[in-house]
Design a protein. Structure first.
Length: 328
C-alpha cells in the first residue's frame, strides 16, 4: 500500500447495549435520536451535581467534568485550524437497531451499539450509569421504562464479546479490547479492487453549503478524512495530513449499479426554550465501486468504524464495506 500518509493512533471501543422493556410501548422506527436525546440528560445527572443539570455553562468547577468532556469538549489551544469549529464531534456514536420495529411488548429486548472514540473510552463507567438513568427516565412519548440488562464489549471487527455489565452489576472487565484505526491497514490490503458500499443509515454530506442528494465518493472520502482529523484533534493526539491525494484517487473510481436514494427522517429537538421539529434526511442504499485503490479502501474502512457526515452521534453515516458482490 503506497505510503501517502500516516494514520493516527485513534483507539475505538465497540459495545452492545441491551435493554429489557418493563412495559408495552410504541417507539419511533429510527431510534438514534430517541436514545441520544435522552441519554445526554441522563449522563449529566449521573456525572454532575443537581445545580448543573441543564445549566452546564454556569458550572463553577475549575476542572472540566466528564459531562463537559463528552458533550462540550473544549478547543485545544495548540490546534488553531479548528479554532472556529462550532459543532465539536462527540467521542461516541450510538448505532441504533436497523429493524425499524415500533411495537414493543413488556419483556421485549431493545439492542443497540455504542462506539467510544479516543479519550471517550476513559468515561465508559459514566456511559453505563447514564444508560441506567435513561432507563429509569423512560423512552419515547410514554416514557416507557426499560431495564438496562446487559452491556458487552466487542472484539475488534467481530460481533462477539464479553459482558462488562449484567443486571445492575459491574463485572471484571480486564483489558478492554480496543481497535486503533491504524490496525485497519491489513484488512484494507486484503480487500479486492471491486467493493460493495452500503449506506446503512442516512448519510448527510455537505458540499458548498448544501447537502448532497446524489452519491459522491470523493466527497465521502474528504468527509471521512475531515472527521478523522477532528476526532483526533479533540479526543486524541492531533493528526494533520494532506489528504487531497486520497480525494483525487477517489475521482478515478467507477461507480456501478448505484441504488441510492434520499430519505427524510424527522426528530424533535428539545434544545432551547421550546421543542421544535427537525428533518435529518440523508442517502441510503448500495453502490458497487470498481478498481478502488487500497488507500481509498482504507479510508472507507475507517469510515465504517467511526461513521461519516452530519449527525453521526445519532447513528447517521453508518457505511459498510464488503468485497462480496454477489448481491449487486
Amino acid at each position: 500500500m503506497p505510503d501517502l500518509f500516516t494514520l493516527p493512533d485513534l483507539p475505538l471501543l465497540r459495545a452492545r447495549v441491551t435493554y429489557r422493556m418493563l412495559e408495552a410501548t410504541t417507539l419511533p422506527p429510527y431510534k438514534g435520536a430517541l436514545l441520544r436525546g435522552g441519554f445526554g440528560y441522563a449522563f449529566q445527572r449521573a456525572a454532575c451535581p443537581a445545580r448543573c443539570w441543564g445549566h452546564s455553562e454556569q458550572c463553577r468547577s475549575t476542572q472540566i467534568c466528564p459531562y463537559r468532556w463528552i458533550f462540550e469538549t473544549p478547543h485545544p489551544p495548540d490546534v488553531p485550524h479548528f479554532h472556529d469549529l462550532q459543532d465539536v464531534p462527540r467521542p461516541f456514536v450510538i448505532e441504533p437497531p436497523l429493524d425499524h420495529k415500533r411495537a414493543y411488548a413488556a419483556g421485549d429486548s431493545l439492542e443497540f451499539g455504542l462506539i467510544l472514540i479516543g479519550r471517550g473510552i476513559d468515561y465508559l463507567p459514566y456511559f453505563l450509569v447514564g444508560f441506567e438513568e435513561l432507563g429509569k427516565a423512560g423512552l419515547g412519548r410514554d416514557h416507557a421504562k426499560p431495564k438496562l440488562e446487559r452491556v458487552e464489549v466487542l472484539e475488534p471487527l467481530r460481533p462477539i464479546g464479553r459482558p462488562i455489565y449484567q443486571d445492575g452489576r459491574l463485572l471484571d472487565t480486564g483489558e478492554l479490547p480496543t481497535l486503533s484505526v491504524a490496525d485497519l491497514v491489513t484488512q484494507a490490503a486484503a480487500l479486492p479492487a471491486d467493493l460493495r458500499l452500503t449506506l446503512r443509515t442516512p448519510l448527510r454530506l455537505k458540499a458548498r453549503g448544501a447537502f448532497l442528494e446524489q452519491f459522491d465518493l470523493p466527497a465521502l472520502i474528504q468527509a471521512t478524512c475531515w472527521r478523522l482529523a477532528a476526532l483526533t484533534a479533540f479526543h486524541a493526539s492531533p493528526w494533520q495530513t494532506d489528504y487531497r491525494p486520497l480525494v483525487a484517487a477517489a475521482h478515478q473510481v467507477r461507480l456501478d449499479n448505484p441504488q441510492i436514494q434520499w430519505v427524510d427522517w424527522e426528530r424533535t429537538s428539545t434544545r432551547g426554550a421550546q421543542p421544535r421539529p427537525m428533518t435529518l434526511g440523508g442517502m441510503i442504499g448500495t453502490v458497487t465501486l470498481r478498481e478502488v485503490p487500497p488507500t481509498v479502501a482504507l479510508i472507507l474502512l475507517i469510515g465504517s468504524q467511526i461513521h461519516v457526515g452530519k449527525a453521526c452521534v445519532f447513528g447517521h453515516g453508518w457505511v459498510e464495506v464488503s468485497g462480496d458482490l454477489r448481491h449487486t
